[in-house]
Design a binder for this molecule. Structure first.
Ligand SMILES: [Fe+2]
Length: 252
């Protein structure tokens, strides 16, 4: 129980980092053009990649939405988009490693994909999952259980943004107990989604419950807000004090 909760180590380096390079890899973003509500064009994708490099990231596992109602993507669509962007990154001479996974909404469409084995997972068979912003799926426990018995390790995207879990540590602990890691948005910590989400995100990180930080970058406004986030001393101190698993993703 709470294996991941107590595995966070606190670091005591003297000087806080000045950018996000300590994370190395961003594992939540919407960089592939035209397949979800992220980048609209290849040029915008490249601008976001250049922005990630400037923020200190060496690479990204980008995660387009897979959501039955709005973005019925699958492995083939995402992989093809990723190849297009990888080629553009190479053409531009950018030193940035890009791979693709997905942000899977817990719905009947993704249940079917998982049943078919159409899963684009991250190294270590990790997969990023998201929930409805309105109500938790009634079969959440079963869906997580099904993934776990297939050998996957779900990571819950931005738990701090689900209003129905706001402030409920026991709900979040229950999800961790089911075998989910947690990923918090850097922009949540920066107050982009409001003060109460910022406070709750910080509480979860300081409780040692958060394994990953992500940009969840969709567009240029997010990029500007991430640049501003680097001015937040408290965020830089969290990067200094807590060890996140982002940096190990490409080494698995
Ligand atoms: Fe996202």
């Amino acid at each position: 129980m709470f294996g991941n909760l107590f595995s966070r180590t606190q670091k005591k380096d003297e000087i806080p980092p000045q950018d996000f390079s300590v994370l190395n890899t961003d594992m939540h973003s919407h960089l592939i053009p035209g397949i979800d509500d992220g980048a609209k064009t290849l040029e915008e994708s490249l601008e976001l990649v250049r922005g990630l490099i400037k923020l200190g990231f060496s690479g990204a596992i980008t995660t387009p939405h897979v959501m039955g109602d709005y973005y019925p993507n699958n492995g083939a669509i995402i992989s093809s988009g990723c190849i297009t962007l990888q080629e553009a990154i190479r053409r531009e001479g950018l030193n940035f490693r890009l791979e693709a996974s997905a942000e899977y909404n817990i719905d009947s469409y993704t249940a079917e994909l998982f049943e078919q084995g159409d899963i684009l997972f991250m190294p270590g068979k990790r997969i990023l999952v998201e929930l409805s912003f309105f109500a938790p799926p009634p079969d959440l426990e079963n869906r997580i259980f099904q993934l776990r018995i297939k050998g996957y390790y779900p990571i819950l995207a931005h738990p701090e943004r689900y209003s129905y879990y706001m402030g409920s540590r026991s709900d979040i602990e229950r999800i961790c107990d089911l075998g989910c890691d947690l990923q918090v948005n850097i922009l949540s910590l920066a107050g982009y989604y409001g003060n109460s989400i910022a406070k709750w995100a910080k509480t979860l990180v300081e409780a040692g419950m958060v394994s990953y930080l992500g940009t969840d970058m969709h567009h240029i406004r997010h990029l500007k807000a991430l640049e501003d986030a680097l001015k937040h001393k408290d965020i830089l101190r969290l990067l200094q004090r807590y060890s996140f698993k982002n940096k190990d993703l490409f080494n698995e």
